[in-house]
Design a protein around this ligand. Structure first.
Ligand code: HAM
Length: 434
């Protein structure tokens, strides 16, 4: 068997990238509109960063990190998510001292050694935002509104927003104690992993995928309403106030949400607001975006005590959902020029024209292998070029080029002298071939 991409990883060929770039463009444009500036952090990080943030008992840290020792014996991981690394960058560059509040946007590959299936990959891509340095409920609202606006503009409109509050650390400690008490009688019926989780991080039991544990949790949630995270009984006064504010302002912003669903996030750093956006048509892996508040992470990683909130969306799932919801992103419109030369001794003249166009900012390409005109026209079509400029013996003798407009289906002849200027003018609005 020939060499293949690793399981759970995919090549993105130019046609795929046309759709990908649309999502990236929409996300970047809207993030900028809301005042979020782009940043990039490395793909590799010190393993301890994720142990201290995502949580030692989470599936991500226990089973899913690509972890290896470098030559110096340092434990390195391929980042499984963006938030922890972004907080690390915030602290490393002392932005808590110089800026205080930052609003950041990011985009890039993440890595988790999960069992690959539709919508779940080992290298996947997220775009997301993190607003670090504020505890205001308004920022939660802004982040959620932005998350939904990007999805909508990417064609993902059939979504459900699940909203909850995990409360503060004290709330979580009390909640965990009550949960342990209720689970104690059925502890031996939990799966092996959850029996271990019972003492170390009982919240993870709520997140367990084993059918036995899921049935126990469902029973418990049905009989003990107060045991739901986000319920009135599970939050202290100030967390309840914060959650009420978020809900009220979301309603004012005409955002529909469901705050009755129980869900557990797979990362330990959350406090207060948590949310997931589920998209219709995605099957089991239907969380297209998710996020929440992490008011202790900056402090836990050595910084001051400041609030923070953010979200991340999986680009693969955004594209899958947009496809299923019968609103696939339109292919990019036709752009640029394809220079078709019909005999090899005219390559030099053709190349000169092409260079003049490129120098003036009009994108173009040509065939260097003397293919037939028909084959070249096919290539121009595949490359989504707007114009085909034909240069053959008769064009040479008339010193004029035949220009086809592939979008309008029209054809005309343009004198050599006027060719570059005309094309520069016409391609001005659509400068790139790809
Ligand atoms: P997360 O829920 O682990 O949160 O991931 C966010 C999104 O990334 C998911 O909703 C999903 O669309 C996508 N995703 C996750 N794992 C995979 C996978 N194996 N294959 C394909 N897509 C996947 C976080 O990562 C947090 N950092 C979000 C956040 C930002 N919270 C606060 N700020």
């Amino acid at each position: 068997m020939g060499l293949q991409a690793l399981r759970g990883t995919t090549d993105l060929l130019p046609d795929d990238l046309l759709r990908w770039s649309r999502v990236e463009h929409v996300a970047r444009r809207l993030a900028r509109l809301y005042g979020y500036q782009e940043l990039r952090t490395p793909l590799i990080e010190d393993a301890s960063l994720f142990l201290r943030s995502v949580g030692e008992t989470t599936d991500i840290v226990q089973k899913e990190m690509f972890r290896f020792a470098d030559r110096g014996g340092h434990e390195i991981v391929l980042r499984p998510e963006g938030t922890a690394a972004i907080v690390r960058a915030y602290l490393e560059h002392a932005l808590h001292k110089t800026e205080g509040f930052v609003k950041w946007f990011y985009l890039g590959p993440m890595f988790r050694a999960e069992r690959p299936q539709a919508g779940r990959y080992r290298q996947f891509h997220q775009y997301g935002v993190e607003a670090i340095g504020s505890s205001s409920a308004w920022v939660d609202v802004e982040v959620i509104v932005l998350c939904l606006a990007i999805l909508r503009d990417c064609g993902v409109v059939k979504t459900t927003l699940w909203l909850s509050s995990m409360g503060c650390r004290d709330d979580q400690t009390q909640f965990a104690a009550r949960l342990r008490l209720k689970l104690l009688p059925v502890r031996s019926k939990l799966c092996q992993t959850c029996q271990g989780r019972f003492d170390r991080n009982v919240f993870r039991v709520l997140d367990c995928k084993s059918p036995d544990c899921q049935a126990i949790v469902a029973d418990l949630m049905a009989s003990e309403r107060g045991l739901r995270p986000g319920s009135f009984e599970s939050l202290c006064e100030s967390c309840l106030l914060h959650f009420d504010e978020v809900r009220q302002e979301l309603r004012n912003a005409k955002i529909v949400f469901d705050d009755t669903k129980f869900f557990a996030r797979g990362l330990d750093y959350y406090t207060r607001t948590v949310f997931e956006v589920r998209a219709e048509g995605l099957g089991a892996q239907d969380a297209v975006a998710a996020g929440g508040r992490y008011d202790h992470l900056v402090e836990d990683l050595g910084g001051p005590s400041v609030g923070a909130v953010g979200f991340a969306a999986g680009i693969e799932r955004v594209l899958l959902a947009a496809g299923h919801q019968a609103q696939p992103l339109p292919a990019a419109s036709r752009r640029g020029v394809y220079l078709a030369v019909t005999q090899s001794d005219l390559l030099g003249q053709g190349f000169q024209f092409l260079q003049q166009l490129r120098e003036r900012g009009a994108s173009g390409t040509m065939d260097y292998d003397s293919k037939s005109l028909k084959a070249q026209l096919r290539e121009a079509d595949k490359a989504h070029c707007r114009f085909v400029a034909i240069l053959g013996a008769s064009e040479m003798s008339q010193r004029a080029i035949t220009l086809k407009d592939m979008e309008q289906g029209s054809q005309e002849t343009i004198a050599f002298d006027a060719f570059v200027e005309t094309l520069v003018q016409r391609t001005n609005a659509s400068p790139s071939c790809h």
